[in-house]
Write a protein that binds this ligand. Structure first.
Ligand SMILES: [Zn+2]
Length: 354
């Protein structure tokens, strides 16, 4: 696999250098097909190790290079393609006869490889294999026919937080996984260790890999937990209601400052969007100015709720309820929410500040 990734990287870098030369001499950039012909004629014969790997690897690398060039003109803010370094985002592509049996997968040129987990019983046409923090990952597309599921509840409000990943209006919570906290502690330890290691030393490289693994572990644990939550919500509820947070709104909301850093909220909404579609439920985004944490979910009284207050204590009806649970119930019931009254409220605030 390392050989395949190496050839893919070599082909990309060769293709990029070739295109640069042509550009500099005033020529037109060759197509991916022409570039591949040139590669076969000039590069392969000079580098016999190209024959040790599947021809798909260099071919797809050149196709990706072509796409990267096209993106420069199409998508604003995209930089010119860069040369690839060894051990940084190593990956390659394979197609052909691919078979799956349990947790084994048969790849062209490589043979049977065992995966860490059970694979779906399908026959992928192609796969992309990449290396992250020392581990190889395989990804492929499969066709899924979405099916509606029977719902246990018509509607649910979900409040997203930091300490608890989500609080639901039915009184349940989805906590941050323990493994996440453990991994975070380990990460902090390794960061300290790295700062003590000598630059250029062998041990520094070792610690660096450990650190990369810890980062990956955190990302994986988070992703897994988020997927479980969004699948559960979309599968079991007729309507899922969440706050519609945009970046400026989130930056003002300190509770979510950490969540933005982790990119958690966008991913949460993105997953809910497609999963609700899959399982035949509805996703409703509640206006971000709706004061879900300030309103009493029992009587409708509204009061200021500083972040330090974890319990909503209503002076009007006397209820005492967890802050996040109160917010999630409000999100579920945000029917009578009148946006106009809020606009007035906000303008008053602005005037008061002046
Ligand atoms: Zn009340």
């Amino acid at each position: 696999m390392a050989k395949h990734a190496g050839v893919a990287r070599h082909a990309w870098n060769w293709g990029l250098a070739t295109c640069q030369e042509i550009y500099e001499s005033g020529g037109k950039r060759p197509t991916a097909i022409d570039l591949h012909k040139k590669l076969v004629a000039e590069v392969k014969s000079a580098n016999p190790w190209y024959y040790e790997v599947s021809k798909c690897a260099p071919q797809e690398a050149l196709r990706n290079l072509d796409k990267a060039f096209k993106r420069v003109w199409k998508v604003k803010g995209t930089g010119f393609p860069k040369f690839k370094k060894k051990n940084v985002n190593d990956s390659f592509y394979l197609e052909g006869s691919i078979r799956i049996s349990g947790d084994w997968i048969k790849l062209p040129k490589i043979g049977w490889v065992r995966s860490h987990e059970e694979l779906p019983p399908v026959e992928p046409k192609n796969v992309t294999i990449s290396k992250r923090a020392g581990d190889w990952h395989i990804s492929f597309k499969i066709d899924v026919t979405p099916e509606g599921t029977s719902k246990t509840r018509d509607r649910i409000g979900v409040d997203i937080g930091i300490n608890t990943l989500a609080t639901m209006s039915d009184g349940t919570t989805h906590p941050n996984p323990k493994a996440y906290r453990r991994a975070k502690r380990k990460l902090a330890k390794l960061q300290k260790e790295l700062s003590r290691r000598q630059k250029g030393g062998k041990n520094r490289e070792k610690t660096k890999l450990k650190l990369a693994k810890a980062h990956k572990r955190i990302a994986d644990v988070r992703a897994d937990s988020l997927h479980k939550l969004t699948t559960y919500l979309a599968k079991n509820h007729g309507e899922v209601r969440i706050e519609n947070l945009n970046v400026s709104g989130m930056l003002k909301n300190h509770k979510l400052a950490g969540a933005i850093a982790d990119g958690g909220f966008y991913e949460f909404r993105r997953q809910l969007e497609y999963k609700c579609d899959w399982y035949g439920s509805k996703l409703t985004l509640i206006d971000q100015w709706y004061p879900s944490s300030q309103i009493c979910s029992n009587c409708g009284h509204q009061q200021k709720m500083p972040l330090s207050k974890r319990t909503y204590e209503c002076p009007n009806c006397g209820i005492s309820i967890d802050r996040d649970l109160n917010a999630s119930i409000n999100l579920e019931c945000a029917e009578s929410f009148d946006r106009a009254s809020l606009v007035v409220d906000r303008s008053q605030k602005i005037q008061a500040r002046k």
